[in-house]
Design a protein around this ligand. Sequence first.
Ligand code: ATP
Ligand code: MG
Length: 199
Amino acid sequence: MFEEPDGATPLGPDEIHGLKFKHITTRGELDELEQANIQQGLLWLSGRRRGDICDDQFIRNLHRRLFGDVWDWAGTFRQREMNIGIEPPAISVQLRALLGNAKFWAEEKVFPPLEAAARFHHRMVEIHPFPNGNGRHARIAADLYLKDYFDHPRIDWEGGVDLQVNNERRNAYIAALRHADAGEFNAMLVFVGADNQPE
Ligand SMILES: Nc1ncnc2c1ncn2[C@@H]1O[C@H](COP(=O)(O)OP(=O)(O)OP(=O)(O)O)[C@@H](O)[C@H]1O
Ligand SMILES: [Mg+2]
């Protein structure tokens, strides 16, 4: 139904069914509604007083805050296999494993902050917990992880361009994720600006 950029998960009929605005016909209209919802979610986030980004309930709550005005399945786990992501029945266990690891990485200083955030982000999108919005949710989640666990500034994901559409930066981002799928994190570290961090 909608034209998707490279590395995006196409929506199936089940997901489109959950669209709260039935009049949408173009990808551009959908993008705008989602963007407005995300702005609201970020506002909520900036005023929040509780909630741990390494808590799976909060991870889902955050997704709902970012996408819940647009999609009625926001904040609920994916139930369908897609070209990216693990098998749906494994999502909740793998997500909790990731969040436990991420906590440990911070507490034990296993990785420098940006590397920990890059690994957190990659594993999150690799699991692909939600039917859609995984990239945007996991970028915000990684930034929150940096802030709350490392007191570190956010990642400049966009680098001055729109990551939602096909361009060189998105290509570099998707390529870096694919390398990370194969256990090779260098490109990801370069992408998040961690390549020249002191150990
Ligand atoms: N090979 C891959 N390995 C891990 N993650 C990937 C891979 N390819 C794409 N992704 C992630 O999946 C995201 C797309 O999934 P989804 O459509 O659910 O998220 P989104 O927020 O709607 O996407 P977008 O990045 O277009 O905003 C990409 O942004 C990227 O983070
Ligand atoms: Mg998408």
